[in-house]
Design a protein around this ligand. Structure first.
Ligand code: ATP
Length: 353
């Protein structure tokens, strides 16, 4: 089921929570709404769900105005805090959406039984049908919540920070599993998250939101490697910022002239350059584009070695080196090194003359 969000505005009193949000979700897509706290993600999800009416604009499903069909029959919801019925068993929780259907469209007891067992298998909770929510782990409860949402065979699954309250390992496991489930069931899914890693890992497309507006929509690869503006660049990972000056086609980074790449065309004397921590090379000897710095901190635990170096002008730079590179050099605190940026990003909006 395709979803079109047409120039949606949502106001709470004088406060504009959504400001002319406009985009389309294709049928079968898994889309992440990503942004900081208060950016409007949940409000947008609630507007899509029909739980909140837009102040202006509208939402349509398959070209039909969603406001005309308020039954929510084709929408499955999963919220951050499981929202399971505590006094009901796992079985009854999952069966709920089917048992409350009007008699004429309610499946038979036998069919409900089969459906719930099928779902228990799908969410890998066979043998737990008789348990109550309090007898389950957080991850298991969230899988029950998903099974309950899926019982009505929704065409559209809406998830609000579904794994937000779980620990990092369970989160990772469940998000991979959500991806598999989405593909298997051919739904259109929209999930809210403030976790960039989660959005980049799971979604087909990511909608980056800020202050009720969309900053960028794109595939994980597009938003990460080709951010539209400084906000997206900041939000999608750690970054070093350099306020630099330009002269004769060169940028002076930490007082060292560095040639600019093809895509960087300065139009003013000063600008801000952004460089991700893994986009530096560090050597013990100077290179043509390198600048001097002193190592202040090294932490080699983890998939990459993390370093902090300080330039003679006092700028601190955060660098990530591959373990392979780190093991070859074993950089030590207080030693002098030469740092070369491998790739940098510059935004027009940062220019000031
Ligand atoms: P979070 O990640 O913290 O959940 P979010 O991006 O989902 O944030 P929303 O919950 O959509 O943000 O809220 C967007 C803005 O709208 C916030 O400033 C919030 O305070 C405001 N807001 C949301 N619901 C209401 C409401 N019912 N009445 C008044 N203001 C509201």
């Amino acid at each position: 089921m395709s979803i079109k969000i047409n120039q949606v505005v949502k106001k709470f009193g004088n406060f504009t929570a959504l400001d002319r949000v406009d985009f389309e979700i294709k049928s079968g897509e898994l889309v992440a709404l990503l942004g900081p706290s208060g950016s409007g993600k949940t409000t947008l999800l609630r507007v899509i769900a029909g739980l909140e009416l837009p102040t202006d604009g509208n939402v349509s499903f398959e070209g039909e105005d969603a406001a005309k069909d308020s039954s929510n029959a084709h929408v499955g919801f999963v919220f951050q805090h499981y929202a399971l019925f505590r006094h009901m068993s796992v079985f009854d929780n999952i069966a709920f959406g089917l048992t409350v259907r009007p008699r004429a469209v309610r499946p038979s007891k036998k069919n409900i039984h089969e459906k719930v067992n099928e779902l228990l298998k799908l969410v890998r909770l066979e043998g737990m049908a008789k348990r109550f929510p309090s007898q389950l782990s957080g991850g298991q409860r969230q899988r029950v919540a998903l099974a309950r949402a899926l019982a009505i065979e929704p065409k559209m699954l809406l998830l609000d920070e579904p794994f937000g309250s779980l620990d990092a390992r369970v989160r990772k496991e469940l998000r991979q599993w959500l991806r598999e489930l989405h593909d298997k069931l051919h739904m259109t899914s929209v999930f809210v998250t403030h976790d960039q890693e989660e959005a980049l890992e799971v979604a087909d497309r990511v909608v980056v939101m800020n202050q009720g507006k969309i900053e960028q929509i794109g595939t994980p690869d597009e938003v990460y490697h080709h951010p539209a503006n400084p906000f997206v660049y900041h939000f999608l990972g750690n970054v070093n910022l350099f306020h630099c000056r330009f002269e004769d086609g060169k940028v002076y980074l930490a007082d060292t002239p560095v040639a600019l790449g093809e895509n960087l065309k300065p139009t003013a004397k000063n600008a801000t350059i952004y460089i991700r921590p893994h986009l530096f090379d560090v050597e013990r000897t100077p290179g043509p584009q390198s600048f001097k710095a002193t190592v202040k901190y090294v932490n080699a635990a983890g998939p990459v070695a993390k370093m902090e170096v300080v330039t003679p002008s006092g700028d601190t730079i955060y660098i990530e080196l591959s373990q392979e590179k780190y093991r070859r050099f074993h950089f030590k605190k207080d030693e002098e090194v030469f740092v070369t940026p491998k790739e940098m990003k510059l935004f027009d909006s940062d220019y000031s003359i």
